[in-house]
Design a protein around this ligand. Structure first.
Ligand code: IPE
Ligand code: IPE
Ligand code: MG
Length: 247
């Protein structure tokens, strides 16, 4: 397989981890077994990103809309999340990974929330990579949350109307302080965003793969990064401008 160019790594990779249910169905297993296998992929991808030198990895683990799934599935997913956090937090510290989370975290049950807060606290001094989990996340709600934050700061006189611009606005999003994703991966063959990072992906490179999330691994990740590195990110400019030549 083609090698990754170390000097052109995406700083921030975001992943829509999709296809656990279909993976299970193909094997005549329960959807929950698919999620369980999906956690192994999470471990492998987190380790691989850390080793490759990726700075931020955002994983879409649970959307706001996912609360509407059957109760048993939601309970199982929350159980897996809690178990993952409990099992992995020491490993994260060892590997210098800082955990963070975006989403309507107040929707999580008190015990899952406490476990999450504890893992965030335990890893807060780590600076090798940020593992950012999107939990009860919705991109539209995040934008509304930012609008409310701005209105409240306006009222308090902490910001002036003319200061609301492209540099201050992102500070009101849940992702404040994080760079925008360079690469967005979606597994399982779907070609949609499903309410993920709507504001932040304006110029993100998209990589869609048929591979179901439980089958996604280090090699698949490497393929995605190599593909990303072959692209020319123009940000609206011409190719000549990007390559430093006069038109
Ligand atoms: C992704 O797999 C996991 C979550 C959304 C929590 P799915 O559960 O959506 O799997 P499919 O799309 O049904 O195959
Ligand atoms: C997106 O997957 C959410 C996560 C991966 C957590 P979904 O399976 O919920 O998305 P849709 O319903 O296919 O758009
Ligand atoms: Mg799905």
């Amino acid at each position: 397989m083609e090698e990754i160019e170390k000097e052109k790594l995406p700083r921030h990779i975001a992943i829509i981890m999709d296809g656990n249910g279909r993976w299970a169905k193909k094997k005549n297993l329960s959807r929950i077994s698919g999620h369980l296998k999906g956690v192994d992929s999470v471990r492998e991808v987190v380790t691989a990103c850390r080793e490759m030198g990726i700075k931020v990895l955002t994983l879409y683990a649970f959307s706001m809309e996912n609360w509407q799934r059957p109760k048993e599935e939601v309970t199982a997913l929350m159980g897996l999340l809690k178990e993952y956090l409990l099992k992995e937090r020491d490993e994260m510290v060892k590997n210098n990974i800082r955990l963070s989370a975006i989403g309507r975290l107040e929707d999580l049950s008190p015990d899952v929330r406490a476990t999450l807060d504890e893992a965030i606290k335990q890893t807060k001094k780590c600076d090798g990579m940020i593992l950012n989990l999107a939990l009860s996340y919705g991109g539209r709600s995040e934008i509304l949350y930012a609008v409310h934050g701005i209105l409240s700061d306006l009222k308090k006189g902490r910001i002036k109307e003319e200061e609301i611009d492209l540099s201050s606005f992102p500070q009101y999003l849940w992702t404040r302080g994080l760079p925008d994703p360079d690469l967005l991966i979606r597994t399982s063959g779907e070609s949609r965003i499903s309410n993920f990072l709507l504001y932040q992906i304006a110029y993100t490179e998209l990589y869609l793969t048929e591979t179901l999330w439980p089958d996604f691994n280090r090699e698949e990740l490497q393929k995605a990064i190599v593909d990303y590195q072959s692209r020319e990110r123009r940000f609206g400019l011409t190719s000549e401008q990007i390559n430093g030549m006069e038109e």
